[in-house]
Design a binder for this molecule. Structure first.
Ligand code: DX5
Ligand code: ZN
Length: 218
């Protein structure tokens, strides 16, 4: 099943709870939550208190994308705040295998991700243990960037590796996805679609419905 993961980075934080209810009622599957530390990426977004607060009202699966250095230090607190899936960057972890194992030990789904310029080879030793691989289709750090077309080959290659080895992790893609290019991303092999600007910009309910219709027809 194809899943839509709206990224709240593009939401109006003055109406955050309300906008999350809209995506939830409209049929979003996950809520993509971008945590930035101003160190691994240049920008700072939000952290545990915001997640804990929105957790009280939402039943969506919280898909927490940690753009932070050495995330192993914070796994437990993100679980307590309400994370269901925690995704960490290969570039940010000294011991990636240990970090992912720790996420699983906490009873959460473990995701791994890599920057656009990082090769899939860096993930070789963990592909057998992860629940999700997130392919970044923009340089992490900011919403509203344009989709990098070279990402499509990376998704195709990852899907091939998964099929050849019998891995059944989800393939999530994040950054610059629009209603116009999402079909290419799905064709390449992705099954979890992150979208910030193209969900929260304009009519949120209509945007979620449009995406779900595109998925249903795919
Ligand atoms: C970028 C974030 C993305 C971003 C996506 O660092 O990881 O999740 O919010 O936003 P759009 O869909 O606007 O590119
Ligand atoms: Zn993200």
């Amino acid at each position: 099943m194809i899943k839509l993961a709206p990224s709240i980075l593009a939401a109006d934080f003055n109406r955050l709870g309300e906008q999350i209810s809209i995506v939830e009622e409209a049929g979003a599957n996950y809520l993509h939550i971008d945590v930035m530390d101003g160190n691994f990426v240049p920008s700072i977004s939000f952290g545990m208190p915001v997640i804990a607060s929105i957790r009280k009202k939402s039943k969506l699966i919280f898909d927490v994308h940690l753009m932070i250095e050495e995330p192993i230090r914070y796994l437990e607190v993100f679980k307590e705040a309400g994370a269901d899936i925690i995704t960490v960057h290969v570039e940010a972890c000294q011991d990636l295998h240990k970090t992912l194992t720790q996420i699983k030990k906490l009873g959460l789904k473990a995701g791994v991700t890599l920057n656009p310029e990082t090769s899939l080879e860096r993930l070789g030793h963990v592909l057998g243990i992860v629940d999700m691989v997130l392919i970044m289709s923009v340089k992490p750090g900011f919403g509203g960037q344009s989709f990098l077309p070279e990402t499509l080959d990376k998704i195709i290659n990852l899907k091939k590796i998964a099929v050849q080895n019998g891995f059944n992790f989800d393939i999530e893609v994040d950054g610059g996805i629009t209603k116009a290019n999402v079909i290419d991303v799905l064709k390449a092999g992705a099954n979890v679609i992150v979208s910030g600007t193209s969900v929260f910009g304009g009519n949120i309910k209509e945007n979620v419905t449009d995406y779900q219709n595109i998925f249903a027809e795919f």
